[in-house]
Write a protein that binds this ligand. Sequence first.
Ligand code: FAQ
Length: 325
Amino acid sequence: MSAPALERPRADGPPDPAALQERFDATIAAGQRIEPRDWMPGGYRKTLIRQIAQHAHSEIIGMQPEGDWLLAAPSLRRKAILLAKVQDEAGHGMYLYAAAETLGADRADLTDKLIEGRQKYSSIFNYPTLNYADVGVIGWLVDGAAICNQVPLCRSSYGPYARAMIRICKEESFHQRQGYELLMTMMRGTPEQRAMVQDAVDRWWWPSLMMFGPPDEDSPNSAQSMAWGIKRHGNDELRQRYVDMSVPQAAFLGVTLPDPEIAWDAETGHYRFGRIDWAEFKRVISGDGPANAERIARRRAARDDNAWVVEAATSYAQKQAEAAA
Ligand code: FAQ
C-alpha cells in the first residue's frame, strides 16, 4: 500500500524522503500525534493496520461469548445491562475499523482476512462461557485486562487510534464495574452461586493473563511498536500491573485465584505469579482453542447471511448520491 500524497506539495519539487522521515521522527520524539494525512513509514502504517484490525476483530468476535447468555440472563435488569454491553462492543469494533480505514485499509477486506485466518483476534474469546458467572468474570477480568492494556493506547502516537481509545476505555471501565457488581451479588447469594463464581474465575484467570501477549523476549513487535509510540509499555509490564490490580480485588470478592505461587514480593513491590502455559497460548492463537472454529463459523455466517443488507445499503447510498448530483 502506498503512502498518501502530502497535502501541501513543496513548491521546490517532490518531497525529500529524508526530510519526511526526519519530520516523522521529530513528531514521535516530541510526543505529538501522527495524523492520517501526514507522511509515515510503510512499516508504521502496516503495524498499525495489523494491531488496530486485530483489536477491532477482538471486539466483534468478543460479542459472542457474552451474547450466548442474552436469552438466558436471569432477570430483565441483567438482560438490559448485558445487551447494552454487547452493543458497546459492536460500537468499539466500528470505531476501530474506521481508524484502520484512515490508514487506507478496507473494512470488508479486513473481515475477509479474519474469516480466512490471515488476521488474528484476541485469544481470550476462544474460551466458552459455561455458566452465568462467566458473564461477570468477563466483565471483571477480561475488561479489566483490556483496560490495563488499552489506557496507555489513549496516548498512542497515531491520532485516530488514540482518540478512539479514549471513548472505548471509558466504556470498558463501566463494563468492568458491572461485572464486578454481578460477581459481588452472586458472592452474597447461595453456596452454589459462590461455587459458580469460583469455577468461572478458575477457568478465566490464566487466559486473561495471556491477553497481554507473549513475554517481551518472545514479542517480535514490541520493541519497534514502542519506538514508534504505538505501544507505550511492554507486554510483561502491563501484565504485572494487571496482576497487582487483580489480587486485592479477588480477595475483596472472596475468591481464590488459581495460582498457588501468587505472593507479595516486598522487594519488588509487586505480586509474584506462576508460569503461564505459553504452549496453550500458541495453540489458541494458531486456531486450535476450545471455541475457535465456532467463533469463526458464526462470523462467516453473519457476513454471508447479511451480504444483502450491505448490497441494499450501498445501492441506496449510490442512488442518493446520484440524485444529489
Ligand atoms: N491473542 O509481538 P506481539 C477486549 C499475537 S479487546 C491473539 O507481542 P503486539 C475488549 C500478535 O498479534 C482485546 N494474538 O504483538 C472486550 C502477534 O501476531 P502477528 C484485544 C495475540 O501486537 C472485552 C504475535 O502474537 N485487545 O478485550 C495475542 O505488539 C470483553 C506476537 O505478539 C487489543 O487488541 C493475544 N492475546 O502485542 C471485548 C489491544 N497477543 O500479528 C469483549 C490492542 C499477541 O504478528 C468483551 N493490541 N498476539 O501475527 C495490543 O495492545 C497488542 O496488539 C497486543 C500484542 C498486546 C495484544
